[in-house]
Design a protein around this ligand. Structure first.
Ligand code: FMN
Length: 352
């Protein structure tokens, strides 16, 4: 039997209109990515991880992550850190900025983060992890959720003991990416663990890892009884994957559509990050959008060599003149500037 991904569900009082969640990804999940994800059917989107220390110090780059537009909601903002009071303060700032959910990162495997005692390291220190969740949950009135990995070492089952404790500490939902921190992104996500976690907690669980098609989403939902699936890498430069997962519509977009979505993404990203930071940030997206056999390799390579984003846009439009009309139609349907809740004049981007 097919699972209906258009069913709504709830995290606390927050209604999520579909069972598809767009993953938080450092260096990817900018506002343009999240808004696009919502347009293509994601029921919930999430910012990339934001440093609680950066928020506490009013770091300009970090504050930029709290820029929230009305049409990306419901939106979770993810914070990372290991000090309960600092995390609590950061969570209060996130709530004030208009986030519907505060998500806590207990999954990041990257050394820069784990060496500070944050991210996946907290799976090895459940008492501290619980204190972080308690402190955050008592600092905000919006739901608090946690995203975690299976554990630190390969084969670890730590998520099954830590997860229920985090729920007791106040987590309203858990997202499990069932790889170990050591695995990074190698091997496969073991969703048998997700099924076990679902049976152990009475809050919604979101299944993250290797969901890249409707068939896979259906299998993961049916076998784990998770409330939703989260999609990350499959949506990079490919929002059409979200539509396919939701509706089974396996329609390869036309070149005009691809270029129109890419140019819209570029324009929004320049607005968000400023021309200078956007130039480097966008390079990886050219390959992601134009790959998958959509454009010749040489064309993609040439774009990354162009000095300015305006040059890239001109080259894209010269190769696909019809994209101009698709883009104009797309821009007409988008809400304009007054829908932005918090439009900080931030022009710098900080990776995670
Ligand atoms: C480039 C990249 C950056 C990521 N950054 C974050 C992050 O900031 N916070 C987080 O919780 N997970 C992060 N993740 C993990 C994803 O959210 C997701 O759990 C993982 O990629 C598995 O899902 P997928 O197979 O659908 O990509 C990141 C993954 C990638 C590939």
């Amino acid at each position: 039997m097919q699972v209906n991904l258009h069913e709504s569900w709830r995290i606390g009082e927050v209604e999520i209109p579909s069972r598809l969640v767009l993953a938080p990804m450092a260096g990817v999940s900018v506002q343009a990515f999240r808004r696009q994800g919502r347009r293509f059917g994601a029921g919930l989107v999430c910012s990339e991880m934001v440093s609680c220390a950066g928020l506490q110090h009013g770091n300009e780059r970090t504050l930029g992550y709290l820029r929230i537009a009305a049409d990306e909601r419901p939106l979770a903002v993810q914070i990372f850190g290991s000090d309960p009071p600092v995390m609590a303060k950061a969570a209060a700032m996130v709530e004030d900025a208009g986030a519907d959910i505060v998500d806590i990162n207990f999954g990041c495997p990257v050394k820069k983060v784990t060496k500070t005692g944050a991210g996946a390291t907290l799976l090895d220190d459940p008492d501290r992890a619980c204190r972080v969740v308690e402190a955050v949950a008592s600092a905000v009135s919006v739901p608090v959720t946690v995203k975690l990995r299976r554990g630190l070492e390969n084969g670890s089952r730590a998520c099954l003991t830590v997860g229920p404790r985090l729920v007791q500490a106040g987590a309203a939902s858990l997202t499990l990416h069932p790889r170990s921190a050591k695995q990074m992104y190698t091997g496969t996500a073991d969703h048998a663990l997700t099924a076990e976690l679902v049976s152990l907690v009475d809050v919604p669980v979101v299944a993250s890892g290797d969901v890249s098609s409707r068939a896979r989403a259906q299998t993961v939902l049916a076998t784990t009884e998770a409330a939703a699936v989260m999609v990350g890498r499959a949506a990079q430069g490919n929002p059409w994957a979200l539509r396919e997962i939701l509706d089974g519509e396996e329609v390869e977009p036309s070149r005009e559509e691809v270029v129109a979505e890419l140019i819209l993404f570029m324009r929004e990203t320049v607005r968000e990050l400023g021309e200078h930071r956007a130039t480097g940030f966008l390079r990886k997206f050219y390959g992601w959008y134009l790959g998958r056999g959509r454009f010749p390799r040489a064309f993609k390579a040439a774009l990354t060599q162009l000095p300015t984003i305006a040059d890239v846009e001109a080259r894209l439009l010269a190769a696909t003149p019809g994209a101009r009309f698709v883009l104009a139609r797309l821009e007409e349907t988008l809400p304009q500037g007054d829908d932005v809740l918090l439009d900080l004049p931030i022009s710098i981007y900080g990776g995670g």
